[in-house]
Design a protein around this ligand. Structure first.
Ligand code: NAP
Length: 463
C-alpha cells in the first residue's frame, strides 16, 4: 500500500498537496542508483559539470516566481523573502559551478632526486543530505551544488513540512540535463530515512542542516561506516550594541536579523546585549521599528512576518515568553497571538522583552520565533562573557564604530560567523558554519567544496 503525507499551508492550515512516502526498499534502490551513477558522473570533466550546474541555475531563475510561491505556501515566509531565497540559492549554484573548475592538486618537492610527489583531489562518492523547513531551497542548494561540482552524486531528504520546494528544484536539475540518478530526492520521516542513510555502505558522506540533537545522532550513527559529516546545527546568536553604536542603524539591522522568517533562522539574534547607558534609547528606537511590521499570510502584499511553522514550534515560543514574564521580564511590544489549533495556524506578533536575565529559558534555549530578549552589560568583558555563555557558536553580531571595540569583540567571540555592523552576513562566497555545538564544517566559499573531496597523494620513485 502506498502511503502519503500532507503538506499544509502554515498560514491557513489548508491542505496544499499530498506527497508519497518512499518505502525502505525504494530508498535503498535510490541509494544504489546514486552509487552506480557516481561511476559516470565523477568522470565527466569539470567544465561540463560546471556547464550543467550553470544551466540548472538558469532554469531555477526562469522559474523563480513559481518556486517562491510554492515556498511561501508551504513554509509561510513572506513572498519577498521567498524570492530572495531563490536568488540566494542561485548564488550557490553559480558559485559552485565556477568552483568545479578550480579543484586543484599540487606537487611537493621530494627530498631525493629519484622521486616525484603529487597530490590530487577526488570526489568522495555518494552524498546524502537531510534539510530543514526554514530555508527549503537554500539549505539544499548549498549542499547539492558543491557535491555535484566536486563530482559526487547526491540524494536529499527534505523536511516533511516543506518538501515541495526541494522537489521542484531537483526536477529543474534534471530538466537542465543533470542525470536523474546523479541528483535525487526521497520523502518520508527523518528518523527512518536517517537510519537508512547512515547504515548504507554506499553513502560516503552525510550533510545535515537541522537541530543539534539530531545532528549528534547522525554523527554517532555514521561512525560504523566511517562517513564524512558536515553539520549545520542550532544557534543562539548574541547581538551586542556598544555604547558608541549608531543606534538608528543598529535598531533597523536588528529588526532584519531578528524577524526575518518570523525569527525561525539559526542565525537570528537570540540574546540582545545592550550597553546600560544606551539601552533605553536603543529599545525605544527598536520598538518603533518593530511596530511597523505587519503580521499575516506571506502571499499577501505588505506582510513582513508570517506564521510559526507548526504547533510544536508555537508552544515552545509561547512557553519561553511566559517563563520570561514570570521571572520579571517586561513586555515592550507584542506578546500577542493569533492561533487556531483546529484549523492549524499559529501566528505570534513580534515581541520585545526587556529586563531579561540569564536564568530565563529564552536565554538558554534556541527560540526559533519572533521574540527579541534584551539585557544589558557594563563592560566589554562582561558582554563577551554573556555572549559566549551558550553551548552554541554559530553567528554573533555587534554594532560599534570604534575599531578597538570591534577588534576586541571579533577576537573574543567564539562564533563561526561575525556580523560587525552587519545584520545579514550570509553569502555564497563566504564560509557559513558554527563552532561548539553549532556544527562541524563550513558551507559556502572556497571551504564549502572541500568536504566533498578526498585527498590522494602519490609518490613516484625510480627516476
Ligand atoms: P530537525 O528536527 O532537526 O529537522 C531537520 C531535518 O532533519 C528534517 O528534514 C527532519 O525530517 C530531519 N530529522 C528529524 N529527526 C531526524 C532523525 N532522527 N534522523 C535524521 N533526520 C531527522 O530541525 P527543525 O526543527 O526542522 O529545524 C530547525 C533547526 O535547524 C534549528 O535548530 C536550527 O537552528 C537548525 N538550522 C540550522 C541551520 C544552520 O545552517 N546551522 C540552518 C537552518 C536551521 P522530518 O521533517 O521528517 O522530521
Amino acid at each position: 500500500m502506498t502511503n502519503y503525507f500532507n503538506v499544509i499551508n502554515p498560514a491557513t492550515g489548508e491542505f496544499i498537496q499530498e506527497v508519497k512516502i518512499d518505502s525502505e526498499e525504494e530508498i535503498i534502490q535510490a541509494i544504489k542508483k546514486g552509487h552506480e551513477s557516481f561511476k559516470t558522473w565523477s568522470k565527466i570533466n569539470a567544465h561540463e559539470r560546471s556547464r550543467l550546474i550553470k544551466k540548472w541555475s538558469e532554469k531555477v531563475t526562469e522559474n523563480k516566481q513559481e518556486i517562491a510561491e510554492i515556498m511561501t505556501k508551504e513554509n509561510g515566509k513572506p513572498l519577498s523573502e521567498s524570492l530572495g531565497e531563490v536568488d540566494y540559492s542561485v548564488s550557490y549554484l553559480d558559485w559552485y559551478a565556477e568552483e568545479a573548475k578550480r579543484i586543484y592538486g599540487r606537487t611537493i618537492p621530494a627530498n631525493t632526486e629519484s622521486k616525484r610527489i603529487t597530490v590530487t583531489k577526488e570526489p568522495i562518492g555518494l552524498v546524502a543530505a537531510i534539510t530543514p523547513w526554514n530555508f527549503p531551497a537554500a539549505m539544499m542548494a548549498r549542499k547539492a551544488a558543491p557535491a555535484l561540482a566536486a563530482g559526487c552524486t547526491f540524494i536529499v531528504k527534505p523536511a516533511t513540512e516543506t518538501p515541495l520546494t526541494g522537489m521542484k528544484f531537483i526536477d529543474l536539475a534534471h530538466e537542465a540535463g543533470i542525470p536523474k540518478d546523479a541528483i535525487q530526492y526521497v520523502n518520508g520521516r527523518g528518523s527512518l530515512i536517517g537510519d537508512i542513510f547512515t547504515n548504507s555502505k554506499y553513502i560516503r558522506k552525510i550533510t545535515f542542516t537541522g537541530s543539534t540533537p539530531v545532528g549528534k545522532e547522525l554523527i554517532k550513527n555514521s561512525a560504523d561506516t566511517m562517513k564524512h559529516v558536515t553539520m549545520e546545527l542550532g544557534g543562539h546568536a548574541p547581538l551586542i550594541v556598544a555604547e558608541d553604536a549608531d543606534l538608528d542603524y543598529a535598531a533597523k539591522q536588528t529588526v532584519g536579523t531578528k524577524f526575518r522568517n518570523a525569527g525561525q533562522t539559526c542565525v537570528c539574534a537570540n540574546r540582545i546585549l545592550v550597553h546600560e547607558n544606551v539601552v533605553d534609547e536603543f529599545t525605544e528606537k527598536f520598538v518603533a521599528e518593530v511596530k511597523k511590521l505587519n503580521v499575516g499570510n506571506g502571499l499577501e502584499e505588505g506582510t513582513d512576518v508570517g506564521p510559526i511553522i507548526n504547533e510544536k514550534g508555537y508552544e515552545k515560543i509561547v512557553e519561553q515568553i511566559k517563563n520570561a514574564k514570570e521571572n520579571g521580564a517586561e513586555v515592550m511590544i507584542g506578546d500577542k497571538y493569533d492561533a487556531d489549533k483546529e484549523k492549524g495556524y499559529f501566528f505570534i506578533h513580534p515581541t520585545v522583552l526587556k529586563e531579561v536575565t540569564t536564568d530565563m529559558t529564552i536565554m538558554q534555549e534556541e527560540t526559533f520565533g519572533p521574540v527579541a530578549p534584551i539585557t544589558t552589560f557594563k563592560t566589554l568583558e562582561e558582554a563577551v562573557e554573556l555572549a559566549n555563555s551558550t553551548p552554541y557558536g554559530l553567528a554573533a553580531y555587534f554594532f560599534t564604530n570604534d575599531y578597538r571595540t570591534g577588534t576586541y569583540l571579533h577576537d573574543h567571540l567564539q562564533f563561526g560567523i561575525i556580523g560587525w555592523n552587519d545584520g545579514g552576513p550570509s553569502a555564497a562566497h563566504a564560509p557559513f558554519g558554527g563552532m561548539k555545538e553549532s556544527g562541524l564544517g563550513r558551507e559556502g566559499g572556497i571551504e564549502g567544496i572541500e568536504p566533498y573531496l578526498e585527498t590522494k597523494y602519490m609518490s613516484i620513485g625510480g627516476f
